[in-house]
Design a protein around this ligand. Structure first.
Ligand code: F0G
Length: 467
């Protein structure tokens, strides 16, 4: 979509792609089609040089006013923040009006977690039902700028659904690599509907990710996984939107589920940029929650010697991966997260935590979120489960302000929900598990349907029994 353009008062800051390895920091031109540093093989990020932006009060006001504007770029909760995105004013924006996600007060979850109050930001209300859309709008826009003939990604389901939709909008061929039998049918159905070429790979997500890396040297293929720094740029605007909704009052904690670690990296980048610019005076503590059977970064984090210098801690070359990750939260069934370095340094910089929760903790937290009238997919519930644990450990205090990020919609995995409430949710921990071997998860908040005869008397009787 091309929008009618006006000369911007706050033109986007000049941006480069930059290697995140501190001792390399090689820079590349913004439209160079690369996914890793040519000098050291390190991960790249976009450096938007946001410090060049001035008159921050006017900028905040402009972002706020755009929410009421009819310009299609303003209707997107991502492109509304275009001054901090690495795109020219006339970029051929591909949007489905992503972002604009709600902040909910969640008193029952707060009580469950031991907090005075809790706020949930529901990224599952995005156009394809997950937070991935906020990054896909920028990644697919960049693919169009580069003239890609096909866009490819590995996925546990949501990235694929999102890419399929945005590629369809841009009229570019989309190829998704999915681990066979490990993707929820609802997510798979989305990719089918949006016309993607779906390759079901005999392997797990990490195998699919590895194959995507191998495909990345084909010049006409564009890789849209979160190694792609343009994805991170879109996703970082969630932090800007959150701060805008909070009237720029920084919460004490932001807690997010972790899989491949793109989301946590992006939020960390967003907050850090705002601090550098002077839009906020401190960053919230950013904490990541993984599922116990797929928690390589949580394990690494707990093994770090403490106390110690933060820069020393983040200079580890690699982490021990999980060969056979297991969790019913299939979105985060990942044993070798590609963006772990960026995520770890964001957590260390902000003095946050990285922890793991059990399947039971995750399932009950999901049901508790449901009781708020807020439907999320299992992986999202890692936040509330993790917040409860961090409160119990004394890492979050009762009266602190906490925002939990929900990442996907409840309709992404209705089978899980149904099994939980009927008492048939079962988990095979496999070799890498935590002692929860192939067992039923006895949900603490089950709500199973009741069979009744088709008469008024039977209904009244059953209601009396229930009261
Ligand atoms: N929550 C949901 C609903 C997800 O789909 C994902 C990742 C995560 C959390 C974790 O986010 O990877 O940025 O740390 N889903 C990817 C996918 C892997 O392919 O859809 P992350």
């Amino acid at each position: 979509m091309n929008s009618p353009l006006k000369k911007p008062q706050h033109p986007p800051a000049p941006a480069v792609q930059k290697c995140i390895a501190g001792d390399c920091a090689a820079e590349y031109e913004i439209n160079e089609p690369i996914y890793a540093c040519r000098k050291c093989g390190g991960t790249l990020e976009v450096d938007c040089r946001v410090e060049a932006l001035s008159d921050l009060a006017a900028l905040r006001q402009k972002w706020q006013a755009r929410a009421m504007s009819n310009d299609p770029r303003d209707g997107s909760g991502v492109w509304r923040y275009r001054e901090v995105l690495p795109f020219a004013a006339d970029a051929p924006i591909v949007t489905l009006f992503e972002g604009n996600t709600p902040l909910y007060d969640a008193p029952k979850c707060a009580n469950y977690a031991g907090l005075a109050s809790l706020t949930l930001k529901h990224q599952g209300t995005n156009p394809t039902g997950s937070f991935k859309d906020t990054g896909m709008t920028t990644a697919v826009t960049q693919a169009v700028i580069l003239g890609a003939r096909a866009i490819v990604c590995a996925s546990t389901g949501n990235t694929a659904a999102s890419l399929a939709a945005y590629a369809a909008r841009a009229n570019v061929k989309c190829v998704v690599l999915l681990p066979e039998n490990q993707v929820s049918p609802a997510k798979l159905a989305q990719s089918m509907d949006y016309g993607a070429i779906i390759l079901e790979v005999a392997g797990n997500f990490d195998d699919c990710m590895h194959l995507t890396h191998e495909l990345s040297d084909i010049p006409w293929i564009y890789v849209a996984n979160s190694i792609n720094p343009f994805r991170i740029e879109g996703q970082k605007t969630v932090a800007y939107e959150l701060m805008s909704h909070c009237d720029w009052q920084v919460p004490d904690h932001v807690v997010v589920p972790g899989g491949n670690m793109g989301n946590s990296s992006a939020l960390g980048k967003g907050f850090e940029e705002m601090r550098r610019m002077g839009l906020i005076d401190r960053v919230p503590k950013l904490s990541i929650v993984q599922a116990e059977g797929a928690a390589p970064l949580a394990r690494h984090f707990s093994s770090l010697a403490r106390p110690g210098s933060e820069s020393e801690k983040s200079h580890v070359a690699k982490i021990e991966t999980v060969a056979d990750p297991r969790t019913l939260a299939t979105a985060i069934r990942i044993g070798a997260p590609v963006s772990w370095k960026k995520a770890l340094s964001a957590v260390l910089r902000s003095h946050g935590e990285i922890i793991a929760v059990t399947e039971r903790e995750l399932a009950d937290a999901k049901a508790m979120i449901g009781l708020e009238g807020i439907g999320c997919e299992p992986a999202s519930a890692a936040t509330v489960a993790g917040i409860k644990k961090l409160v119990a450990q004394g890492k979050i205090h009762k009266d602190e302000s906490v925002v939990g990020i929900l990442t996907g919609h409840v309709l992404k995995d209705p089978d899980y929900v149904s099994h939980y409430h009927r008492g048939t949710l079962s988990f095979d921990a496999g070799a890498s598990g935590s002692g929860e071997k192939a067992s039923l998860i006895p949900g603490g908040f089950r709500n199973s349907p009741v069979r009744v005869a088709a008469t008024k008397e039977a209904i009244v009787k059953s209601l009396q029994r229930g009261s």
